[in-house]
Write a protein that binds this ligand. Structure first.
Ligand code: ATP
Ligand code: MG
Length: 214
């Protein structure tokens, strides 16, 4: 069995229970040793977030505090330019070695745009991909080029993720939580509460730093 590391990249603007529960359920179902949350400094497919990468990473650290399996990996914050996953994966590979199993977690909404990622066809050489259904992101929107990709790499057998360091795509059912950072930002901007959608520690931080004000 290889050491198995799960990674969840995102803008985390802000982090919420959808992210946390997805990571926890995949960690349990796929028996990962370690999960790294990797905040994007400048996400290539989004406008530059108005909340700095430092604030977004600080919220991730607060949200995962106390979970020994979770950590916040800030390597994208120390790099200039767009935060491309391929660069992050190459640097993780260099650090963890060829014999670690690395699995990139992705919601279905992210996967339907996977073919627009920088050097997307090379990504699977560096990691596995674990897909989860995100409420209201419909799989029938899957671009045609991703069908043969899925076909080629798909496995039902989670053992494959522990015997090979990279190369498989798997799908998992998780508790559907219809929570998004976009909806949470709107709540704050409208002066409403985001309690029970995200950790209290993160809400306290947002209030203390006066983030997401109208
Ligand atoms: P935004 O609304 O700003 O796009 P978001 O809630 O989609 O934010 P991201 O940081 O864009 O959060 O998401 C990072 C990763 O987490 C993506 O792979 C996304 O699909 C996944 N994800 C986010 N929210 C959920 C959720 N509620 N359930 C499952 N996966 C999720
Ligand atoms: Mg998103």
């Amino acid at each position: 069995m290889l050491k198995a590391i799960g990674i969840l990249g995102g803008t985390f603007n802000p982090i919420h229970f959808g992210h946390l529960r997805m990571a926890q359920e995949l960690a349990d179902a796929l028996q990962f040793d370690e999960i790294r949350f990797i905040p994007a400094a400048s996400p290539p497919h989004k406008n530059t977030p108005t909340i700095s990468a430092e604030h977004r990473a600080a919220m991730v650290r607060l949200a995962i505090a106390g979970n020994p399996v979770f950590s916040c990996d800030e390597r994208e914050l120390h790099r200039n330019g767009a935060s491309y996953s391929i660069d992050t994966l190459q640097s993780l590979r260099a650090e963890l070695g060829a014999q670690a199993s690395i699995t990139l977690f992705m919601g279905s909404d992210a996967f339907t745009k996977f073919d627009t990622w920088h050097r997307w066809q090379e990504i699977i050489q560096y990691c596995h991909i674990a897909l989860v259904q995100r409420p209201h992101a419909h799989q029938d929107n899957l671009p045609k080029v991703l069908e043969p990709f899925l076909h080629k790499h798909y496995t039902k057998n989670s053992d494959d993720l522990h015997t090979a360091p990279a190369g498989y795509v798997t799908m998992r059912q998780i508790t559907a939580l219809e929570i998004s950072s976009t909806a949470i930002r709107t709540l704050f901007e409208q002066g409403c509460s985001a309690r029970y959608l995200m950790p209290d520690s993160v809400i306290d931080y947002i209030q203390k730093c006066q983030l997401y004000r109208p």
